[in-house]
Design a protein around this ligand. Sequence first.
Ligand code: NZQ
Ligand code: ZN
Length: 388
Amino acid sequence: MLGNFRYHNPTKLYFGENALDFLKDELAHYGSNVLLVYGGGSIKKSGLYDQIVTVLNENGKNIAEIAGVMPNPTSDKLNEGVAIARANGADLILAVGGGSVCDYAKALSVSVHCGDDPWQKYYIRFEEPDCPIIPVGCILTMAGTGSEMNGGAVITNHAQHLKIGHVFGDDVMPKFSILNPRYTMTLPRYQMIAGIYDIMNHICEQYFSGEDDNTSDYLSEGLMRGLIHASRIAVKDPQDYEARSNIMWTATWALNTLVSRGKTTDWMVHMLGQAVGAYTDATHGMTLAAVSLPYYRFIMPYGVKKFARFATEVWGISPNGQTDEQLAAAGLSALESWMKEIGLVMNLQELGVTEDMIEGIADATILLTGGYKTMTRDDVVTVLKASL
Ligand code: NZQ
Ligand code: ZN
């Protein structure tokens, strides 16, 4: 049964090949100083940077820039950006890139006017902002994280070996996001596939919990079926616009607060993946792929009915007299085959994890309680060893 909840998502979306045409309408709502934030240069290569700068100039904006936001953005980079934003008096932060750039922009938005150390305040003490927040707009170039329509901002602190996400509230969510699937077509295959698995896992994290009959789970099943279908087309032909547009839209709905309404959620694959990321700086979606199957096989006995439902409703496996345990195992085998088919990383060694890192990664893994089994630190070590 659905519990009590509030639903409100303030992000306005513009989707499709003409989405950038609407940037000028959005710019009219903000002051003249725009802080343009982007990554390591893909937007310069693709020509998107020039298009955006032209629109900003035509609309009389002063442009300051933060370039070089790295995948898995760091607390040091955040501090660097705070100084730039303060010096330029930003009225709008315009993020152009993937989840890392969008997350970074949100973290920056609550840090520029913060009197405290942002890492300590938001990521160690998990406090909420009590300072003015600079509005953020996103122009997305990679599908996966859902950052374009949520309050998540994941930051890595290399010195402390921690990668932590803070999910901020409505005031921090992007005011608008521009989603043109064409922009994702220049992504390297590795990133495209990592993004696809990130989407799949976001849905799984919200699906594998609870025993009730819940609309959110039916929505999740539809999203997963659509994603699997589109992914198979996209890996064969990455230039297939229809598939890439479906993947982009699914990514947004997989983590924009909809499918978690009225139920508990798991998120332990992400906790494991983030801890791996803190040690290796590996691509986010691949860290999830490497630990997923050992984790799901470990918790499956505690949620066997849902895993059986996953087999029949997502993978189309016929019940055909099978027990729930048999069906559940078949569903995870189908997941495994699909993961191999699209070319995901299937173990931690490929990401550079060695046996001697396991204890540290376990220490960095935050234990959550919403899934079928509350993990202990020993359980985490077991799953990490099985993922090597
Ligand atoms: O930096 P540039 O040069 O732009 O290159 C990027 C980067 O190297 C490249 N790229 C992006 N769009 C491209 C492109 N290359 C060519 N053409 C394009 N159109 O792809 C690389 C990866 O980009 P990144 O932004 O790091 O990927 P992603 O979107 O997967 O974001 C990952 C970050 O988001 C966090 C992750 O932890 C990680 O830090 N997450 C954020 C979440 C949220 N806000 O809710 C939830 C997720 O679970 C995730 O944790
Ligand atoms: Zn993710």
